[in-house]
Design a binder for this molecule. Structure first.
Ligand code: PEP
Ligand code: MN
Length: 346
């Protein structure tokens, strides 16, 4: 790390900082400039660095402390050197092929779910989405079908040859949800629920970690690090939009983060244009843009009758719209060196 001392700081302050660094196991190398002193420090225990930085920031005469190495390890690109490909029961995520996840925001009934599952599967989706436990801003809105919803998801997945992704909101529900789902979704509101991250880190079921709505890329990767540090390395990230000052869209879909992640992490990245925009008319264009910037897959809200959806109808597309979108994505995927086969083209 590098410690930049304030201009005009005294020898004693440089000495105090150097002494503390040595106590923490660093080899210290101060450089005395004309205006400022900079202390280079190497060594020190990897997992104690973040706390050391915090501590040194408080020292008298310290202007800034810069950590040279990244604060995360297992999810860093360098840890693997190449992209991770997750095998979800035969569906590969992070390989050449773009993977489509589709289904309703919320499981509402057997008819709604099964009709959607049948048709998105026919159109080329590989993974069925649907919330059984819903995180709701209002305590008075529909909280999901719970266990009944999980059972319907599993049965629909089995019947139509789809893997299942659904959200888990509570540490005590991880085992239950993992019994019915192939992928555990950690929602935006829980990205910083560190107990939950640790718990899914203990699980061996793959996890899709959504970006916190106000999370910086580094915070998001550190959240993923919690899961990886627990021993579960089957993690994919999901960009789902961040809060900005723009009210026209529900969130601002940060596709620059998707491009940036390809040089920061080996984890596959999925994009959710439904929560990302909140608008049905923007799903198709943002899906295409996502594939163009390097997303490994998409998760899209599809409903047989979006106008009657209990939740998120405004950002759900019809099944017909989903069917029309698929060949368009195929063209974009081809243009950026990815494969994506809709059944019609197989
Ligand atoms: C959802 O996928 O329906 C959802 C609630 O997502 P998010 O956590 O991104 O809001
Ligand atoms: Mn939703």
């Amino acid at each position: 790390m590098i410690i930049v001392m304030k201009g005009g700081c005294g020898e004693q302050q440089v000495h105090d900082v150097s002494q503390r660094l040595e106590e923490l196991g660093y080899v210290v190398n101060p450089i005395f400039g004309v205006e400022k002193t900079v202390i280079g420090a190497v060594g020190g225990k990897e997992h104690e660095k973040v706390d050391a930085v915090d501590q040194l920031r408080g020292y008298d005469g310290v202007e800034d402390v810069i950590l040279i190495t990244k604060p995360y390890k297992f999810v860093a690109k360098e840890y693997r050197g190449k992209k991770s490909v997750l095998d979800i029961g035969g569906v590969l995520i992070g390989g050449d092929e773009i993977v489509m996840m589709a289904g309703p925001c919320t499981v509402e009934s057997e008819d709604q779910l099964f009709l959607t599952a049948e048709r998105v599967a026919k159109a080329g989706a590989k993974i069925l989405r649907g919330g059984a436990y819903k995180p709701c801003t209002s305590p008075y809105s529909f909280q999901g079908m719970g266990l009944e919803g999980l059972k319907l998801l599993k049965e629909a997945g089995r019947r139509y040859g789809l893997k299942v992704i659904t959200e888990v909101m509570h540490v005590r529900k991880v085992e239950e949800v993992a019994e019915y789902a192939d992928i555990l979704q950690i929602g935006t509101r829980n990205m910083q629920n560190y107990d939950l991250l640790r718990e899914v880190g203990q699980s061996r079921t793959p996890v899709m970690l959504k970006r916190g709505m106000t999370a910086k890329i580094e915070e998001w990767l550190l959240a993923a690090e919690y899961i990886a540090a627990g021993g579960n390395e089957k993690i994919m990230l999901c960009e789902r939009g961040i809060r900005t000052f723009e009210p026209y869209t529900r969130n601002t879909l940060d596709l620059s983060a998707v491009a940036a992640l390809s040089s920061l992490t080996h984890l596959p990245v999925i994009v959710d244009p439904s929560q990302g925009t909140g608008r049905r008319d923007l799903i198709a264009p943002m899906s295409k843009a996502s594939v163009a910037v390097g997303a490994d897959g998409l998760i899209i809200e599809v409903h047989p009758n979006p106008d009657h959806a209990i939740k998120d109808g405004a950002q759900s597309i019809t099944i017909d719209a989903f069917e029309n979108l698929m060949p368009e994505l195929e063209a974009i995927a081809g243009a950026v060196g990815r494969t994506f086969k809709t059944p019609a083209a197989v």
